[in-house]
Design a protein around this ligand. Structure first.
Ligand SMILES: [Zn+2]
Ligand SMILES: [Zn+2]
Length: 341
């Protein structure tokens, strides 16, 4: 029987269409694997081509050559740090000058290494860079929100093949984020607890949607998942801002995130994918009602008319079946393999 489920955080409803239920493996991309070279001479992100990018913001480790991770301003930035976030209102038309930061984090010097195929230690370096840039930009009083994300594959919005992540700092809090903050505050007012902490505790007890759990993080399928295999990674310690992640948590998250990405890569045959660090705004660092997490969304289906017209999604894969499937995918031998696409 089909079922409607409500997302605890957003109150949005989804239809879990068990009548059209697909076995998880039916969604695998069945791509023909073509070897990708480690170095491409014309790629601006490959080592030796550093002069082809805008001046570097950060190199990790500092002053190292060869480098492990680089941060550069996006050459085709959506927002400009040269402007000021001046507001204007004319009739009902509200505007802000396009101030913001748009940075690219080059994951590694290797053109062929998708994040799920890097070593845990290298993914930890990328996460340290995320934290450093997050905390540095949080100090700018003009910045209201920072989104860190990865687009993997053309259908997920990646325009350059060399694996990279991005960061966009905006002068406003996006309304979707604002809505989650509001619901979290309402739950805190009603129940006197962080709704994410509560949900994580129950999900860990229940286990049916848990993909993997470490000492400090848990990766789980979303109960009211709008799309197949939407997976969230939560810190077990209450933290509202990603900027507060500790060194031990960085190391632990690197292993959990890398393992999850590898499981999706192997189990679903390298689908296009987005992941986002969903953090409360920097000034929420001590907030008791919000809890940051990483949202991983494989792009396995297309948004159709019903979704566009109603905002309500139809998901044909049971989240419990997706979790069971991913738990079984073995990835111990995958780290360090070359990426195929
Ligand atoms: Zn490259
Ligand atoms: Zn919490």
């Amino acid at each position: 029987m089909p079922e409607l489920r409500q997302n605890f955080f957003t109150k949005e409803w989804v239809i879990i269409a068990t009548e059209r239920a697909k076995r998880p493996e039916e969604l695998a991309t069945h791509r023909v694997v073509q070897p990708i070279p480690e170095f491409v001479e014309s790629c601006p992100f490959c080592p030796g081509n550093e002069s082809k990018t805008p001046p570097e913001v950060l190199r990790y480790p500092a002053n190292s050559n060869p480098w492990a991770v680089r941060v550069i301003p996006n050459k085709f930035a959506a927002l400009s740090s040269e402007l000021q976030p001046t507001r204007s209102l004319q009739h009902l038309r509200r505007r802000i000058e396009g101030f913001g930061f748009h940075e690219v984090i080059i994951d590694s010097p290797d053109h062929s290494r998708y994040m799920g195929l890097l070593s845990d230690a290298h993914v930890a370096s990328i996460l340290r860079v995320y934290r450093e840039r997050y905390n540095a930009l949080s100090l700018d009083h003009r910045v209201n929100h920072i989104t860190i994300f990865k687009n993997h594959g053309a259908d997920a919005g990646a325009s350059l093949a060399h694996p990279h992540s991005q960061l966009i700092a905006t002068p406003v809090i996006p309304s979707q984020v604002r809505h989650r903050l509001f619901e979290a505050l309402r739950h805190y007012d009603d129940a006197g607890e962080c709704m994410f902490c509560h949900m994580v505790e129950r999900e860990v007890e229940d286990q049916t949607r848990v993909v993997l759990k470490s000492e400090r993080f848990v990766a789980m399928e979303v109960f009211a998942s709008a799309t197949p295999f939407a997976t969230h990674i939560f810190p077990l310690r209450h933290m509202a801002s990603f900027g507060d992640i500790s060194e031990m948590e960085v190391v632990d998250l690197a292993r959990v995130l890398r393992t999850l990405l590898a499981k999706i890569y192997v189990g679903l045959e390298n689908p296009d994918l987005n992941f986002t660090v969903r953090s409360g705004p920097a000034e929420y660092a001590a907030a008791r009602h919000f809890h940051w997490y990483v949202s991983v969304i494989p792009r396995l289906t297309r948004v159709a008319g019903f979704e566009l017209g109603s905002g309500m999604f139809i998901n044909s894969v049971l989240p419990e079946a997706a979790a069971e499937y991913l738990r079984k995918v073995a990835v111990e031998k995958v780290a360090g393999a070359a990426m195929g696409q």
